[in-house]
Design a protein around this ligand. Structure first.
Ligand SMILES: C[S@@+](CC[C@H](N)C(=O)[O-])C[C@H]1O[C@@H](n2cnc3c(N)ncnc32)[C@H](O)[C@@H]1O
Length: 276
């Protein structure tokens, strides 16, 4: 982090506005490091749902790849838009949206090296999507936006609004059980250190008390209720198991922990007709 003082980690409330401001600043400052650390794993045009390495090509959570051709797909919290580029390669018409200008600059950088890149990039907050009602057939998000917002129902309602009725939204987030464990890849990350039920956000703040990084926690039950409250039907909840081939750590996600507790939760949802 490019700051003179190390931010202080604490647990306190953080509003939607404060969370968005912190996320934009943090991802703008840390996009370079994120892409250089994880870019090889993410690939230039691979769609991976999380640190376990579950590929959309294998999981087909958005539907069979052969049926993606011509589908209008919105990716939320797209980062450098790796997932969108995979979708474009299947013939889909992706729009990659992110709050961070710097993350989207990485999308442009990678697109320069990918032939026939057809990904539109939009810089916006997932809580106020700049699209008309029913503009998309599908929406997706791999760890984008939802773990970082104070009001996830607002984001889910926005996604529901811009999807056509019957459209599918698939999103992955940190598995809620991780909240109870220290974010460490080794054995120290295997002992419960906090209450799973404590929703107080994790905040890193500067010396003036301004949030520079915020993560919000929802229990599994909260996430299910959020999805339903926003007008979706929950079709599936996927908890990818750590595969034997993946020996790579990603922050607190590791083979050691991944073989014992889930690291990612993927929600497969369908937009109800009429919405809420
Ligand atoms: C963990 S990264 C995931 C990026 C990408 N999906 C990937 O798998 O590499 C989270 C992304 O969500 C974006 N983000 C955070 N809050 C957001 C918001 N309110 N609206 C839109 N994007 C947001 C961040 O800028 C960041 O690029």
């Amino acid at each position: 982090m490019n700051q003179e003082h190390e931010p202080e980690a604490t647990r306190r409330d953080a509003s939607d506005t404060e969370s968005s401001r912190a996320s934009r600043g943090w991802w703008d400052s840390n996009a370079d490091e994120y892409q250089s650390e994880h870019g090889a794993f993410l690939g230039d045009d691979r769609f991976v749902w999380g640190p376990e390495g579950l590929d959309e090509a294998e999981a087909a959570l958005l539907g069979p790849a052969a049926e993606l051709k011509g589908r209008r797909v919105l990716e939320i919290g797209a980062g450098a838009a790796q997932c969108s580029r995979w979708l474009a390669a299947q013939g889909a018409l992706p729009v990659a949206l992110d709050l961070s200008h710097r993350q989207l600059q990485h999308a442009l950088r990678i697109a320069g090296g990918v032939s026939e890149d057809a990904t539109a990039l939009v810089e916006a907050d997932a809580g106020a999507l700049p699209f008309r009602d029913g503009s998309f057939d599908l929406a997706c998000s791999a760890y984008g936006a939802l773990p970082f917002v104070a009001d996830p129902v607002r984001v889910l309602r926005e996604v529901r609004r811009v999807l056509r009725p019957g459209g599918r939204f698939v999103f992955s987030v940190s598995h809620p059980i991780r909240w109870a464990f220290p974010d460490e890849p080794g054995p120290e990350g295997l002992s419960v250190g906090a209450s799973y039920f404590d929703r107080t956000p994790y905040v890193e703040q500067d010396e003036d008390g301004r949030a520079v990084y915020v993560e919000h926690h929802r229990t599994l039950g909260d996430r299910v209720r959020d999805v339903v409250a926003a007008g979706f039907r929950l079709e599936d909840l996927v908890e990818p198991e750590w595969p034997g081939w993946n020996t790579q750590e990603w922050g607190g996600w590791s083979p050691l922990r991944g073989h014992l507790i889930p690291g990612t939760a993927i929600f497969v949802c369908t937009a109800e007709a009429g919405g809420r």
